[in-house]
Design a protein around this ligand. Sequence first.
Ligand SMILES: NC(=O)c1ccc[n+]([C@@H]2O[C@H](COP(=O)([O-])OP(=O)(O)OC[C@H]3O[C@@H](n4cnc5c(N)ncnc54)[C@H](OP(=O)(O)O)[C@@H]3O)[C@@H](O)[C@H]2O)c1
Length: 309
Amino acid sequence: MKALRFHQFGGPEVLQFDEDAPVPEPAEGQIQVRVSGAGVNPVDWKLREGYLQAYFPVDLPATVSWEFSGTVSKLGAGVTQFEVGDEVYGHSRYGTMAEYTVADVVGVAKKPFSMDLPDAASVPMCATTAYQALFDVAGLKAGQRVLVQAAAGGVGTFAVQLAKWKGAYVIGTASAKNHHLLQEIGCDEVIDYRTTPYETVVKDVDVVLESVGGDENMRKSLSVLKPGGILVSISSAQPTEEAEAQGKRAEYCFMQQNSSQLTIIANLIQDLKVRPVIDTVVPFHEAVEAEKENQEGHVVGKMVVDVRR
Ligand SMILES: NC(=O)c1ccc[n+]([C@@H]2O[C@H](COP(=O)([O-])OP(=O)(O)OC[C@H]3O[C@@H](n4cnc5c(N)ncnc54)[C@H](OP(=O)(O)O)[C@@H]3O)[C@@H](O)[C@H]2O)c1
């Protein structure tokens, strides 16, 4: 089958379209999926450049992307949750930018019926990360104040909407060109991080969703929290001790595959409570350019690769 793979670690130049990649067979507890869409995420380049080898060792050659939408094409032993032909979306660490992938059923759900097949690949990774960071780790409640950093990005656009759905007051950071979008999706306040350091205008928030990274940004994030508040980092190590010294908390959230949460998210999308923000859907042959653009760090919402065209 055709797949976008890398045979060595490195920059985008190591990406290549292989026409003879083996079609993966589903093991027990897995399904095989005929892929329609594959999402483009920062984790793609972090894995490709070898930065995550200590945490998620990659066997080479490796297929790009950890999320997909598509149609179930085969069931592994013991799978009763799905039938061949079901339209699904989810996570797979086996690589999804290919004609077929396999996925553990714990990371898959029926796609939102209101979304087209390739587009639904824009949801699983970022929506689940936002959901877990805000609700499972931070325990966000109605009436609380939350600062969402990089609010115009993949995780940010879901985090803003999920926090609003929960009844929180939402402050988002983004460059000025994205402020209209952030207001449309529910931000109560928007800050242009290019002209206004958020730590000079934000204070006493209950939750910071930190996604920019770096020690300095961690310190600034802690400074805007109220006593007892929580910083949830999704991008780099959290400053646990510094937070405790200030009577605050800092936690790292790494997304865990979760089929039930994907179903909750599908329902929120169908009920128009959450609107996935899609930057572009590009044909398969433009996947390398999409990966490069994502790595530059200014995509609005999500990019999806339509592997069928
Ligand atoms: N821990 C996990 O499980 C997990 C899961 C998913 C993602 N992540 C990580 O979380 C981070 C965000 O992921 P993502 O998919 O949301 O990334 P993304 O979509 O690529 O983020 C792009 C957005 O970041 C904004 N941005 C860039 N620099 C900024 C800054 N200094 N302040 C505010 N906004 C800024 C850009 O807005 P402008 O164009 O307005 O600059 C753009 O809209 C990445 O590091 C990713 O690896 C972790």
